[in-house]
Design a protein around this ligand. Structure first.
Ligand SMILES: Nc1nc2c(ncn2[C@@H]2O[C@H](COP(=O)(O)OP(=O)(O)OP(=O)(O)O)[C@@H](O)[C@H]2O)c(=O)[nH]1
Ligand SMILES: [Mg+2]
Length: 342
């Protein structure tokens, strides 16, 4: 069913705390519709307060279980707050069960009107996904959600994307993955603000912790040598913020048993501590800058792409494909020639 939506009144209804309106806006934002854009533009002035926390790690390490507990603990501490959870579901469209699975794992939250859970399917488009996730996070921020948790599976590009999006990144590991730890790209250690060893009720937790700590030390050493500051995450902004190693953030390694709600408080403490640290050290605004800039650049890319592609007729494009097919022109030459015509 397609409703006629008035973005202005949708935005107002969202501010009144109407969950149905928010769900509606989520759909619009995910679909990249004009109405979604207008809702965000209407509410944008209210944004900039939410703490965006990314949580990533191998499949099945217990991310959703941790998110469940963290959200619950946060709500206990801040009864007036609202928490949004974005679960980026990486499973193939064939299994289709993951959304339900997340809801089951997050069952403690069901019934809490101040917690909003949104699952997203990747539908195979990674770039598009990160853009959608960014927009959804912004929508929740606009809607007055103080804590926005984004769960992604640490596979491929997504763990790197999450750094651009989140203020705080939690990387989850679990014992028993054995050599998997070795297989974790060093990159993931460089993005972690908080490391969690979940399933600490399983054997091998000490070994996992040790491996993480030594990888962390290696990563920290590399970060200092390469960039002189933690994460090197300010590259996109074109300028780096000068921070001495003395104020570099040292990620903690925390143990949890998410299914027994053990260690959750420490995770929530650490999230809060990281936020304070960022604010004191100018990192909060640096991350905001990075995030908003990359969002702006992405939006420009989209619009420029549509604009220029619209300049070619189908027959012009097809004619060039034929020439490439016939090996008369390379794809590079074809692209340059097409562009030179407009
Ligand atoms: N023994 C034990 N099992 C846990 C713990 N935390 C989570 N589990 C179980 O591990 C399984 C996976 O947990 P999830 O929270 O769904 O893990 P996930 O990382 O979100 O999984 P994906 O989203 O599918 O990648 C579930 O069956 C949980 O009940 C824990 O601390 N100890
Ligand atoms: Mg999950």
């Amino acid at each position: 069913m397609r409703w006629n939506i008035d973005p202005q009144s949708l935005a107002e209804t969202i501010l009144q705390g109407d969950r149905l309106a928010l769900a509606r806006a989520c759909t619009e934002v995910e679909n990249d519709s004009a109405a979604g854009e207008q809702v965000i533009s209407t509410l944008f002035q209210k944004s900039g307060k939410a703490h965006l926390v990314g949580i990533t790690g191998s499949p099945g390490t217990g991310k959703s279980s941790i998110v469940n507990q963290v959200a619950r603990e946060y709500r206990l501490r801040h009864p007036d707050s609202r928490v949004a959870i974005i679960a980026v579901d990486p499973t193939s469209p064939f299994s289709g069960g993951a959304v339900l699975g997340d809801r089951v794992r997050m069952r403690d939250l069901v019934g809490d009107e101040q917690v909003f859970i949104r699952s997203m399917a990747t539908r195979g488009a990674l770039g598009g996904l990160s853009r959608q996730t960014t927009a959804l996070a912004l929508l929740f921020d606009c809607a007055g959600y103080e804590l926005v948790i984004i769960e992604t599976v640490g596979a491929g590009q997504s763990e790197v994307d999450i750094v651009r999006l989140a203020h705080t990144t939690i990387v989850v590991e679990a014992p028993g993955l054995g050599d998997d730890i070795q297989a974790i790209k060093a990159g993931i250690m460089e993005i972690a603000d908080i490391l969690v060893v979940n399933k600490a009720d399983h054997p091998g937790v000490e070994a996992t912790e040790r491996a993480l700590r030594s990888m962390l030390e290696m990563a920290q050493g590399r970060i200092r040598i390469n960039t002189g500051h933690h994460g090197g995450e300010l590259g996109m902004t074109g300028k780096s913020i000068q921070t001495s190693p003395a104020v570099a953030w040292m990620p903690s390694v925390l143990r949890t048993v998410a299914i027994e709600n053990k260690g959750t408080r420490e995770v929530v403490d650490e999230i809060a501590r990281h936020r304070v640290w960022m604010e004191i050290n100018g990192r909060w605004s640096a991350k905001e800058h990075l995030r908003l800039r990359s969002d702006l650049v992405n939006r420009l890319k989209d619009q420029l792409f549509d604009h220029w592609l619209g300049k070619f007729t189908e027959s012009q494009l097809e004619g060039m494909v034929e020439q490439v097919m016939a090996r008369k022109k390379s794809p590079y030459q074809a692209a340059s020639e097409l562009l030179s015509k407009v």
